[in-house]
Design a protein around this ligand. Structure first.
Ligand code: SAM
Length: 263
């Protein structure tokens, strides 16, 4: 079994539903607010996925600015391109975060949400991020510490095993704990460390954890000894907790604002 999730058509279909949820939109707003973009700026989205963030960056930089976006997955680039087709000041490339196809000092700002936790060579990716930012440029990075997941269940052992299996969908499930140190090693100055908290007391398509449960349910069977029947029982319990008004889910995502020092 592979150590990470396959970002295939089905995964992106689930992601698009999940990313439209109001709490995920609020997370994007937190990242955008931290980025403090100005009209006319050049900004890079690293690991743009289906392009929701790119779509929100475009009206801020306006026609005098430009949004560039990369993702290692061609399918993501196709979705993001389609989402932003009405705009001319945007360009997409299929590329790895560890080999950004841009000249040194090309960008005023860069954003990367929920991407570095998937990257095997993180120090290489952070070196690239540093290289393409201009001196004085800033980056906003958001990643999840998956050990902060708090999810009500009557079967804590099963929940723990399912979350442990879900850890296998990415390279570093606890990246936020070391990210500031790794950014400093790459030459950045850390300006802000903050937290964005998901808190769902409802379980429906308007909540992040509803979409997350679908993704987990598709990924975990066969890992950590988890069977399909166990996943069905787990998902049924989430639904019955929701039906009785007893649903509870919380998860922390950490936000970092870092600056490339002015020369
Ligand atoms: C969870 S999605 C996040 C998408 C987007 N940043 C957002 O927040 O809406 C992770 C994305 O990172 C991309 N990705 C993973 N590893 C990457 C790498 N090494 N270089 C570039 N993109 C990568 C995946 O293809 C996927 O589209």
């Amino acid at each position: 079994m592979t150590r990470s999730i396959r970002f295939d058509e089905e995964t992106y279909r689930r992601m698009e539903v999940m990313y439209a949820a109001p709490d995920v939109a609020a997370q994007r707003r937190a990242v955008l607010d931290a980025l403090k973009l100005l009209p006319g700026e050049k900004v890079l989205d690293i690991g743009c996925g289906p392009g929701f963030m790119v779509q929100e960056l475009l009206p801020i930089v306006g026609p005098a600015g430009k949004v560039s976006a990369i993702d290692v997955n061609e399918g993501a680039i196709a979705l993001a391109r389609a989402r932003c087709e009405a705009h001319s000041n945007v360009e997409f490339q299929s590329a790895n975060a560890t080999a950004l196809p841009y000249l040194d000092s090309s960008f005023d700002a860069a954003v990367s949400a929920q991407v570095y936790e998937y990257v095997r060579d993180l120090s290489g990716a952070l070196r690239e991020l540093y290289r393409v930012l201009r001196p004085g440029g800033r980056t906003v990075i958001m990643d999840t510490d998956w050990r902060t997941a708090v999810w009500r269940s009557s079967d804590c052992e099963r929940m723990d095993r399912i979350l442990k299996a879900w850890d296998e969908h990415l390279m570093d499930p606890i990246l936020p704990r070391t990210l500031a140190a790794q950014l400093r090693d790459a030459g950045f100055v850390i300006r802000v460390q903050d937290v964005f908290v998901f808190l769902n007391s409802e379980y429906n398509s308007n909540t992040y954890s509803y979409g997350l449960a679908k993704m987990i349910g598709a990924f975990v069977p066969g890992r950590q000894g988890i069977t399909k029947d166990e996943v069905v029982a787990w998902a049924d319990e989430l639904q019955s907790l929701a039906d009785s008004g007893d649903y509870f889910f919380s998860l922390n995502r950490y936000l970092f604002i870092a600056e490339k020092p002015p020369q």
